[in-house]
Design a protein around this ligand. Structure first.
Ligand SMILES: Cc1cc2nc3c(=O)[nH]c(=O)nc-3n(C[C@H](O)[C@H](O)[C@H](O)COP(=O)(O)O)c2cc1C
Length: 338
């Protein structure tokens, strides 16, 4: 079955096509450190046979957190526990990426300096953001670079840059949230500049043979916002700097979304065809028939199962046995799969 086929990109070799997408667990504290919960949570999915685990949004700056319980990689003291997590996830057979993130105006930590490209709030529960100066922009770009250096020290297999769901990079990309009049606002090339500079600085630290994934929201679901055609143009501006596109949608403004099984797959398919880059499809994908259809019709290269893997960490193992596919089971569990 296609689900269980290997996937190779650069030096990264995945044993199957199933990805655990980043999902915040809000289980750290003000330190941003990885806690016991995170080891249990991620190692369980490694034992369950997931090809690629993408660690939840991990902030590059304290003021970039979504909550006071986010993970962080904004200082060197956070490397050690990341290293331990990476070592163990790999030991149990998965590959692991880290999602590097900055919340911008969606920072929910009331004591932090809330920044964005423009002085607009996300909604009534959020403070009006302070418009970033050129110095702020340089600081955030440097924070992504330094976090990348730390991620390399911890030995993650890939980096995912979070440019989706209405967080800081998405705020720069969308004409709805970016009202700047300098070289970071206005035309598409200007709105992409911040992302491009982040990717360039990340690339300076991240070895050429390890992949960089870009997570995007392919639609803001409102007129004047990002739509799939604009997202294609955005990606084509920076496609030499990334290796895989992880295609989600929404999150910039509160807009109604018509949700159904596989509702974002069409975006992954379009971006795969129009940019030539491999894509990860995600969104209400729960059963193996959906995964086979997406891979078989070449609509995406990898498929992420989020909430389904929260419900069922052994999704891969259980599907392999029920479809008579030979895979390597963890030695401790072999008697359950005979
Ligand atoms: C509890 C939870 C936390 C999430 N946190 C993140 C996150 O840290 N970064 C991110 O890019 N997406 C995040 N997402 C979105 C998921 O990665 C995924 O795109 C979404 O759940 C849709 O996939 P699903 O229908 O398979 O769950 C989160 C989703 C959930 C349910």
């Amino acid at each position: 079955m296609l689900t269980f086929q290997q996937f190779e990109i650069k030096n990264l070799s995945l044993k199957n096509r199933v990805v655990m997408p980043p999902m915040c667990t809000y289980s750290s504290d003000d330190s941003g450190y990885i806690e016991d919960f995170h080891y249990a949570h991620y190692i369980a999915r490694a034992l369950g046979g997931v090809g690629l685990i993408i660690q939840e949004a991990t902030s590059v700056e304290k003021r970039g957190r979504i909550s006071g319980n986010d993970l962080g990689l904004w200082e060197d003291s956070q490397i050690e526990k990341s290293k331990e997590l990476v070592k163990n996830v790999k030991k149990y057979g998965s590959k692991i990426a880290i999602q590097l993130a900055h919340a911008g105006r969606k920072c929910g930590v009331k004591t932090e300096d809330i920044i964005s490209c423009s002085a607009i709030d996300f909604g009534d529960d959020y403070k009006i953001a302070r418009e970033m100066t050129k110095k702020d922009i340089d600081e955030v770009i440097k924070a992504f670079k330094l976090s990348t250096r730390r991620a390399l020290e911890a030995d993650y297999d890939a980096i995912e840059i979070h440019a989706a769901h209405g967080y800081l990079i998405h705020q720069f990309l969308s004409p709805i949230s970016n009202h700047r009049t300098d070289e970071y606002g206005g035309c598409l090339t200007n709105r992409v500049r911040f992302l491009k500079q982040i990717l360039l600085s990340v690339r300076e630290e991240w070895p050429e043979n390890r992949p960089i994934i870009l997570r995007v929201s392919a639609s803001d679901y409102v007129s004047d916002g990002i739509n799939i055609y604009m997202m294609k143009d955005i990606i084509n501006e920076i496609k030499e700097l990334i290796d895989i596109v992880h295609v989600s949608s929404g999150g910039l403004v509160l807009a109604p979304i018509n949700i159904f099984p596989g509702y974002q797959v069409k975006f992954a398919e379009y971006l795969k065809n129009e940019t030539g880059l491999p894509t990860i499809a995600v969104g209400l994908i729960t059963n193996i028939d959906q995964v086979e259809e997406i891979l078989g019709n070449e609509r995406a290269d990898l498929v992420a199962l989020g909430r389904e893997l929260l419900r069922n960490p052994n999704w891969i193992l259980n599907n392999a046995i029920s479809h008579n596919v030979k895979i390597e089971y963890p030695s401790q569990y072999i008697r359950a799969y005979k």
